[in-house]
Design a protein around this ligand. Structure first.
Ligand SMILES: NC(=O)c1ccc[n+]([C@@H]2O[C@H](COP(=O)([O-])OP(=O)(O)OC[C@H]3O[C@@H](n4cnc5c(N)ncnc54)[C@H](O)[C@@H]3O)[C@@H](O)[C@H]2O)c1
Length: 252
């Protein structure tokens, strides 16, 4: 019970890494606000948590809309009485519309920024005062290996949004450390989730997996386990850190 009695809000917890984190956090004793744009997916996550004996609350909304994020934070506090963990996980990857700067429209650039960068801004803006009331807490931002290296198949808005989150993580770590609020950013490599599904078939998955030192793609559980460590008091002296979790991609 590494998160016993803690309350977490996880954006994008309807699918992929966010759903897995909701299951893992709840199994470790946390109460979880499942915040997602997709009503049916969020319901499935809540049902899966409850089926395993955990507690979860569904909040449907868009992380890029401040009113929705505020409503989600308020709902979590109303339901569970406090907030300890902010996991800003929701993100979109639009490889078909977010490409190189010379190909991407302003509108598509802005939407990708709104979800991937403004979403974490809103979640931390409304969540941090609640962590302060709780006497501390842990914030987990989700970057990407694409913020660390260039790729010939560019997704420049995504890359820039994820890169900006590195700066935000360090800024929040420094500002709120004295309040016992930690903020770290994780950089996943390629993880087999619904986000990547449109761009991967079995053959591509195998080829990419084989190219990595650890010889496979990541799983949502790989990422949820790292998030669990950062959410828990086991990581109580880690803040402002960037943690790469990529099967060794960056090392090659
Ligand atoms: N999968 C990868 O290979 C990979 C690699 C690096 C980083 N990431 C990042 O990890 C995070 C999770 O990715 P994933 O692969 O689990 O994604 P996913 O697409 O499988 O799941 C994302 C969830 O976020 C929700 N969501 C999307 N837009 C939203 C919005 N505006 N408001 C609220 N909810 C919204 C979706 O409905 C979905 O349930 C993202 O930030 C992503 O950029 C993923």
């Amino acid at each position: 019970m590494r998160l016993k009695d803690k309350v977490a809000i996880i954006s994008g917890a309807g699918m992929g890494m966010g759903r897995e984190a909701a299951l893992v956090f709840a199994a470790e004793g946390a109460m979880v606000a499942v915040f997602d744009l997709n009503d049916a997916a969020a319901s499935e996550t809540v049902a899966a948590v409850e089926a395993r004996g955990g507690r979860a609350l569904k909040v449907v909304g868009d992380v890029s809309k401040e009113a929705d994020v505020k409503r989600a934070v308020d709902a979590a506090v109303k339901e569970f009485g406090r907030l300890d963990i902010l996991y800003a996980n929701a993100g979109v990857l639009w490889k078909d519309r977010d490409k190189s700067v010379i190909e991407t429209t302003e509108e598509n650039w802005d939407i990708v920024q709104a979800v991937n960068l403004k979403g974490p801004f809103f979640l931390t803006k409304h969540g941090i005062p609640q962590l302060q009331k709780s006497g501390g807490g842990s914030i987990i931002l989700v970057g990407s290996i694409s913020a660390l290296v260039g790729f010939t198949l560019a997704q420049d808005s995504y890359t820039c949004a994820k890169g900006a989150l590195i700066s935000l993580a360090k800024s929040l770590a420094v500002q709120f450390g004295p309040d016992k609020i930690r903020c770290n950013i994780i950089h996943p490599g390629m993880v087999d989730t619904p986000l990547q599904a449109p761009y991967l078939n079995a053959e591509k998955k195998k080829a990419i997996g084989d190219s990595l030192p650890l010889m496979r793609l990541g799983t949502p559980r790989d990422i949820a386990n790292l998030a669990l460590f950062l959410a828990s008091d086991e990581s109580c002296w880690i803040t402002g850190a960037e943690i790469v979790i990529d099967g060794g991609f960056i090392a090659t």
